[in-house]
Design a protein around this ligand. Structure first.
Ligand code: PLP
Length: 472
């Protein structure tokens, strides 16, 4: 080390420069939100095109910050697919909102690492408290509150939540002497791939995908039969993943009947409501989650449909003891008085990573800024627009709905057949004015239109319908 490097503290932007560029960046984001509607929603770049514009080596000396912001326009934007575009009807929504973005900034500025209660008590206590609020807001079982036997924790994604549930269920079965290779996890054929992936990562020997009925809901008779078959071949059923709002078509598994089977068979019931869980803020959707009190764990994503930007996935357990038993390992350097007293939650014991961001801030600010009433109106607006689009599709003999639309996802195809459907997908995509998802159901092409972008208005759905009408 040279004497020079020893004598120099790091050279930051000055406070004045930080203010100046920070204000400029907020302006840039505000302008982006204003003009995003005029951009093609799906990035049109060729593979490698963005990388080609980057220098082959990192700069030896610092660059002026204005150049960094400039490159947002010249290098970054062409390679962005605009999930914040009001004609975003693809996948499910991934919304950003002003309070959420400002909270991310505050959280980054604080630079919190909230692995333990003692490493920033506010991060833990606000998280526990807001997740307890959500129990009431979504009418979830009261025992899931951190003030009761259960509790909620924020994770990066629903896949992480589901993986964690699989790991805890495996650990519980392992305590009874069951070997992972003989363990079986069940979910419907329409369940999200994260169940299969999580089970593989967690080391389950077997995953069974159970057939669905005409409404895309898991058939409980088939589940019962699969469990019996597995038991008679010497395997051990351990875990069932039920879905409220499948990714393909928002099918809803019968949680209560599945839960009764799980209770009788001593299986772990995990409920994945990644998308549809957000709708439960409105009373009229709650019949879809009937039976949740039978679940051992549950996940939903405010980063899909509650205006909290990615990442923010909620994971609840009905009883936190098995979770903590499974994931708590205490090295000496993490020992501290507050943890030893048992009076605090250390969220490091509630998921795989040790370190954790202050994600609760954005969830807290979004809920406070919109209010439960504002969030409810947003859900109802989207569901209303979806119902209207579905009615138009249903009334037109050229098209047919392929699944019920209990929330704000409309799935349809052309009545004429697969080729017509493929043609419509292609023609609409070629307009480069909307993003939607061409998918498949029962080996036939179909189109998913997910209405839930926070800027989507009636006129955007009308424009989409006009395209379907003209090109279909
Ligand atoms: C989107 C989705 C997931 C995955 O969510 P991530 O947070 O991206 O892991 C899981 N399950 C269902 C039903 C989903 O719709």
């Amino acid at each position: 080390m040279t004497e020079d490097s020893l004598s120099q503290p790091p050279q930051h932007l000055s406070t004045e420069e930080f203010r100046e560029h920070g204000h400029a960046l907020i302006d840039w984001i505000a302008d982006y939100w204003e003009r995003v509607e005029d951009l093609p929603p799906v990035s049109l770049v060729q593979p490698g095109a963005i990388r080609e514009r980057l220098p082959s080596q990192a700069p030896e000396t610092g660059e002026p910050f204005v150049d960094l912001i400039k490159d947002l326009d010249s290098i970054v934007l062409p390679g962005i697919t605009h999930w914040q575009h009001p004609s975003w009807f693809a996948y499910f929504p991934a919304n950003a909102s002003p309070p959420s973005v400002l909270a991310e900034l505050a959280s980054a500025g604080l630079g919190v690492q909230g692995m333990l209660w003692s490493t920033s008590p506010a991060a833990t206590e606000i998280e526990s408290h807001v997740l307890d609020w959500l129990v009431e807001m979504l009418d979830l079982p009261n025992s899931w509150r951190t003030t009761e036997k259960g509790g909620g924790v924020l994770q990066m994604s629903a896949s992480d939540s589901t993986h964690t549930a699989l790991v805890v269920a495996r650990h519980e079965a392992g305590r009874l002497g069951v070997q992972a290779e003989s363990m079986v996890a069940y979910a419907s054929t329409q369940a999200h791939s994260s169940i299969q992936k999580g089970a593989t990562v967690a080391g389950y020997g077997h995953v069974r995908l159970i057939e669905v009925d005409d409404e895309q809901a898991m058939r409980t008779d088939a589940l019962r039969r699969a469990i019996e078959d597995d038991r008679s071949s010497g395997l051990t059923p351990v875990f069932v993943g039920a879905t409220v709002g499948t990714t393909g078509t928002t099918g809803v598994d019968p949680v209560r009947s599945i839960g009764e089977i799980c209770a009788a068979e001593m299986l772990w019931l995990h409920v994945d409501a990644a998308y549809a869980g957000n709708a439960m803020i409105c009373r009229e959707f709650r019949h879809h989650q009937d039976g949740l009190e039978l679940a051992n764990s549950y996940t939903f994503n405010p980063h899909k449909w509650m205006m909290v930007n990615f990442d923010c996935s909620v994971f609840y357990v009905a009883d936190r003891a098995p979770l903590i038993n499974c994931l708590s390992i205490l090295p000496p350097y993490l020992k501290n008085e507050a943890s030893s007293s048992g009076a605090v939650i250390d969220y490091r014991d509630w998921h795989v990573p040790l370190g954790r961001r202050f994600r609760a801030l954005k969830l807290w600010w979004v809920i406070r800024s919109y209010g439960t009433d504002g969030l409810r109106s947003m859900i109802r607006y989207h569901v209303g627009l979806a119902a209207q689009l579905a009615a138009r599709i249903e009334a037109d003999p050229r098209f047919e709905l392929v699944a019920p639309h209990p929330f704000a996802l409309v799935c349809f195809r052309c009545s004429e057949g697969d080729e017509a459907t493929e043609r419509l997908i292609q023609k609409v995509n070629e307009t480069e004015t909307v993003a939607w998802t061409g998918s498949e159901l029962n080996e036939h092409p179909m189109i998913r239109v997910s209405i839930g972008q926070s800027r989507t208005e009636q006129r955007h759905v009308d424009a989409l319908w006009n395209l379907i009408d003209q090109l279909g």
